[in-house]
Structures are given as C-alpha cells and as structure tokens.
Design a protein around this ligand. Structure first.
Ligand SMILES: NC(=O)C1=CN([C@@H]2O[C@H](COP(=O)(O)OP(=O)(O)OC[C@H]3O[C@@H](n4cnc5c(N)ncnc54)[C@H](OP(=O)(O)O)[C@@H]3O)[C@@H](O)[C@H]2O)C=CC1
Ligand SMILES: CC(=O)[C@@H](O)[C@H](O)COP(=O)(O)O
Ligand SMILES: [Mn+2]
Length: 387
C-alpha cells in the first residue's frame, strides 16, 4: 500500500522538493492533501499532476482563482477546495494521511501541526518555528499520541541519522554546522547598508526568502539550537554551533567516548526530505554523490557571538524557556517581514528582537492560549519599533 502524504506549503522550496521526491517514487507515495498560500498557478499544476482529494489556499480569493483555473483546464476528477485557517487545519488533519510534511513558514504552522498530532498523523517537520514557539506542547502531545516527529531540517536530519540505533544517553554533545550565511565574510560595519537582494544570496542553499534572511542574521542557527533541544532532549550546554562554510557536514554528534559521527553530503534538501519519508529505510534517489577529492578542504571556525549576536539571544531565549522562545521567534518573523518590505535595515532586525525580548514578562510552562497571546503581543511590539 502506498504511503499517503499531506503537505502544508506545497508551493514553496521544501514543498516543491517534497513533491519532486514523491514524483521519483510513484509506486511508494500518494498525495492526499495540499495547502498553499497565493501561488494558485503552481498549486493548480500540482493538483493536476498529483490528484489530491483536498486542497487549500490562504484565502477565499485564492480558492476562487484555483477553482477557476481547475475548471478551465477540465480537471477529470473531483477535488475539495478549502481556504484559510479552517482549510489549513483540514489538510493537516486529513483523515486519509499517514504523514504530514510541514513546509509552511512561521509559527502559523503550530495549530495545524498540533491538529495533525492529535489525529495521530506522523510529522515530517521542516517548519522549525513551530517547535521554537511551543516545543513543550508539541513534544508532549506527540509523546502522548505516540506520533513520530521526523526532522527534515538538514542539521536535525543529520543528528537524527547519526543517532540512529544509538543510545541518546551516550551523547556528550551535538555540533550544529552553520554556513555563516550571505554576509559571512563581512564585519558588522559592513552590514549597515546591505540590501535585501544581497541578504537573499545564500552561499550554498536555494531556500525561501524568510529562512535565507534568518541564515544571514544567524537567527536560523539560533532557531535550530532550540529545535535540537526539543527534538533530541538535550541541554543547551550540549548544543554547540560551528561555522562550516562548505555545508558538506550537515551536523555531528560527539559521544561520551569522544567519538564523533558526522553526516555528510552535497547540500540538497531532497535527501533529508526523502529520509523523513522512507525512515527507517533508505532508498536510492535522483541525487548526486559527494566527491570528497573534488570537495578538497573542509573548514571550521568558532562561532563569534559579537559578530552574530542573534545566536546569543537564541541561547538566552532557550535557556530562559517559557514564552521567551515564542517571543524571540515572533519578533524575528515580523522584523524579517519588515526588512523584506524595505521598512527597516538589516541590523534593525536584531535590534527589534533584542528590544521585544527585553520588554517581555515571561510565563513559565505556558498553555497554548498563553503561547498564542505572547506571540501576538511580540508581533505587535515588533511592528511598532522603528515605525
Ligand atoms: N527551504 C529550505 O531549504 C529549508 C526550509 N526549512 C523550513 O521549512 C519551512 C518552509 O520554508 P521554505 O520552503 O523555504 O519557505 P517558502 O517561502 O519557499 O515556502 C512557504 C510555503 O508556505 C506557503 N504559505 C505561506 N503562507 C501560508 C498560509 N497562510 N497558508 C498556507 N500556506 C502558506 C507558501 O505558499 P505560496 O507560495 O503559494 O504563497 C509556500 O508554499 C520554514 O519553516 C523553513 O524554516 C528548513 C530547512 C531548510
Ligand atoms: C538547508 C537547511 O537546513 C537550512 O536551515 C540551512 O542550514 C541554512 O544554512 P545556514 O543557516 O547554515 O546558513
Ligand atoms: Mn537547517
């Protein structure tokens, strides 16, 4: 029987690569539900090709556009079209799905991810912001429901692969690799006037705009530290970050006997996506092998918290816990949105995060309602600063 897959964010970087992997194994996987934002032209193509039973768009207008597009192309089967938060939840908890790939951006992925877990659907987790915002709720809920959460983020997939079959209590620490992002060779002075287009030039990966900016500010690695804390149950002191400009070693685990196991490969997100789909098996795929001789030298540098203050803020937020990581994430989401819209400068992203964290009164062990209101509060504060 084919494994039935639902995807949140099917038209994005992770969403389209997930469909590429599925297309390479047509006898193994079936797409049952898709959710996207406003790219109805691409979504219509995906519907025609993968024939899901349910599809959802961001709003009513996009849903109408999609319907129109599918009718005019003479779609030969009946697909249910939904929209908005309701549609997103319907796709996430689709009764016919075995696994949900969370490839939507931001903390808006939280409620649908919780809905899928509640419905007993396995999660292939790309949407890291969900774990930053409410890691304790997501992990607790997954444990109670015995729902597996398989990481897709390249570093976490790497750690997951290194730990395969191993005892977690034998782990001394994990080492997350960071490329250094678009501005890795530049000093802070050289960041004052950087342009949006420059921040969107990641040296090794082709990704959506938000995560590419996060990579340049090092917020991405900060989010990944908190993500690793929740996924692997490690203390923050056991999570280290090193700069590795080549993005060939995707991350490493050091065990108590000082042995280090690393997962390596060319930067291609289809590999961790496929591993999440096939786990615990491995399958071949349309991927290029790493040629170590051609790669030549690999480099590693110490993380500089003065140069990249967002990494320190992320550790602070994680160690503080409660609603602080929620606030760190929400403030960053708004700051990045404003940077992309040309409203603030690159360095003001970190100023906004720092100031909103500074103003926040933490709630320890927050319930979902408290998470959602801390998230909303942080977004409001982040919109007001430098306005
Ligand atoms: N890209 C990568 O290589 C990696 C990404 N990740 C994580 O994966 C997640 C997705 O990133 P990425 O693929 O780069 O992002 P993209 O910006 O490329 O894609 C985002 C997707 O979400 C959809 N979307 C946006 N808003 C809504 C909404 N309200 N309802 C439904 N769908 C919506 C978009 O739709 P549309 O375009 O139609 O508007 C699009 O399909 C992020 O959390 C990121 O951190 C993690 C590791 C690597
Ligand atoms: C592909 C992936 O997982 C991204 O999160 C990537 O790691 C970003 O690269 P850096 O944050 O290391 O620049
Ligand atoms: Mn990553």
């Amino acid at each position: 029987m084919k494994k039935r897959i639902a995807i949140l964010g099917s038209t994005g970087s992770i969403g389209t690569q997930t469909l590429d992997v599925i297309a390479a194994h047509p006898d193994e996987y079936e797409v049952v539900a898709l959710a996207a934002g406003r790219n109805t032209a691409l979504l219509a193509e995906q519907v025609k090709r993968f024939r899901p039973r349910l599809v959802s768009c961001i709003d009513e207008e996009s849903a109408a556009e999609l319907r129109e597009e599918l009718i005019s192309s003479g779609l030969g089967y009946k697909v249910e079209i939904e929209h908005g938060e309701h549609g997103l939840l319907q796709v996430a908890a689709h009764a016919g799905a075995d696994m949900l790939i969370t490839a939507i951006i931001g903390a808006r992925g939280l409620s649908p991810t919780l809905a899928a877990i509640d419905a007993g659907i396995a999660i292939g987790l790309a949407n890291k912001e969900t774990l930053i915002s409410a890691g304790h709720l997501v992990m607790e809920s997954a444990r109670k429901k015995r729902v597996p959460i398989i990481p897709i983020d390249s570093e976490h997939s790497a750690i997951f692969q290194c730990l395969n079959g191993g005892e977690r209590r034998e782990v001394k620490k994990i080492i997350l690799t960071a490329s250094g992002g678009a501005f890795r060779g530049r000093s802070r002075e050289e960041l004052v006037d950087v342009k949006v287009e420059e921040a969107l030039q990641h040296p090794n990966w082709s990704m959506g705009a938000k995560i590419t900016v996060d990579s340049a500010t090092m917020v991405n690695k900060g989010l990944e530290v908190i993500e690793a804390h929740w996924l692997f149950g490690l203390a923050y002191d056991q999570i280290e970050v090193v700069i590795h400009p080549e993005s060939i070693i995707h991350s490493m685990v050091e065990f108590v006997d000082t042995s280090i196991i690393a997962q390596m490969g060319l930067p291609d997100m289809r590999v961790p996506i496929q591993y999440a789909l096939t786990y615990p098996q491995r399958k071949s795929g349309p991927f290029q092998s790493l040629d170590l001789v051609r790669a030549g030298k690999l480099h590693f540098y110490e993380m500089d918290e003065e140069r990249f203050p967002c990494i320190r803020m992320a550790y602070d937020a994680g160690r503080c816990g409660g609603t602080m990581p929620t606030v760190f994430n929400a403030a960053n989401e708004i700051a990045v949105e404003r940077f992309l819209q040309g409203q603030i400068s690159f360095l003001q992203i970190e100023d906004i995060i720092a100031e909103v964290m500074n103003r926040h009164t933490v709630i320890a062990r927050p319930e979902l309602e408290e998470i959602l209101s801390a998230d909303e509060w942080a977004r409001m504060e982040a919109r007001r600063l430098f306005a």
